[in-house]
Design a protein around this ligand. Structure first.
Ligand code: NAD
Length: 260
């Protein structure tokens, strides 16, 4: 179980990262929230999680586009809690444009935040996990880590890269009590996705149900969004004894997207 384990979740002041942090806290983990901002609300989020679930939580600012800040996040978490048992690489951004028009600075930012950050945080966390004799690295990739869509060159490249990196980390830790896997969500209901529903309804002149099923969930055969709680539950499963021999692989939470 994750009880009293220390979990660092990158990009966790909203969406999936926050949902994963809440689920791990609910199951008794001490959690480290992160993003690049440093607002009172960020710290309040950590206080709320701690008091709601009777555990400890802290918010640590670090910009995942910068390698030294990625490593500092893990080091500060270890200073605060004495160890880092679980690392969830979740921070991510998106930009949509044809490859011939794709801004180079957007490409660089997506590769840095969605992929290279996981290299730095994992490099910093593995020695701590080895010292403690237990560790779980879970990378939040995407269905776009296994398949592609047009106009998402940087995102698809970064997510495929994260899936590849997860396999390498699994092999380098194969004989140790450490595992590394990637979760590949399809469309997950987050505030960002919720915001797209009225926009899509207006753009295509559709009612809510049609806009969701035919446009947003076009590629998701279940015609339902995954939830952040389900991603949190999948992370918890990967940290459970049942998953001890699961390493170097992907778990799709995509309503059948990658079966198509
Ligand atoms: P989101 O925008 O709600 O969350 C992204 C998080 O990353 C936020 O907390 C944001 O503050 C943080 N972040 C962005 N840039 C950062 C930086 N430079 N440094 C530190 N933190 C930074 O989006 P989300 O949907 O929750 O996405 C979380 C992850 O899940 C991403 O990696 C995304 O690619 C992946 N994902 C999402 C979906 C989906 O449908 N929502 C599907 C598949 C994969």
């Amino acid at each position: 179980s994750v009880k009293d384990k220390v979990a660092v979740i990158t990009g966790s002041n909203s969406g999936i990262g926050l949902g994963v942090a809440e689920e791990l806290a609910r199951q008794g983990a001490k959690v480290v929230l992160n993003s690049f901002s440093d607002n009172p609300e960020d710290h309040e989020l950590a206080e709320k999680i701690a008091s709601e679930h009777g555990t400890e939580a802290v918010y640590i600012k670090a910009d995942m586009s910068k390698g030294d800040e990625c490593r500092a996040l893990v080091e500060k978490a270890a200073e605060r809690f004495g160890k880092v048992d679980i690392l969830i690489n979740n921070a991510g951004i998106q930009h949509v444009a044809g490859i011939d028009e794709f801004p180079a600075e957007k490409w660089d930012a997506i590769i840095a935040i969605n992929m290279t950050s996981a290299f730095h945080t994992t490099a910093a966390a593995l020695p701590l996990m080895r010292k403690a004799g237990w560790g779980r690295v879970v990378n939040i990739a995407s269905a776009h880590g296994l398949t592609a869509s047009p106009y998402k060159s940087a995102y698809v490249s970064a997510k495929h890269g994260v899936v590849g990196m997860s396999k390498v980390v699994a092999l380098e830790t194969a004989e140790e009590p450490i595992t590394c896997n990637a979760i590949c969500p399809g469309y997950v209901m987050t505030p960002l996705v919720e915001k797209q529903i009225p926009e899509t309804m207006e753009k295509y002149n559709m009612d809510r149900e049609t806009a969701v099923k035919e446009v947003l969930l076009d590629r998701q055969p279940s015609k339902q969004f995954a939830t952040v709680e389900q991603i949190g539950g999948t992370v918890a499963f990967l940290c459970s004894p049942a998953a001890e021999q699961i390493t170097g692989t992907t778990i799709s939470v995509d309503g059948g997207w990658t079966a198509l």
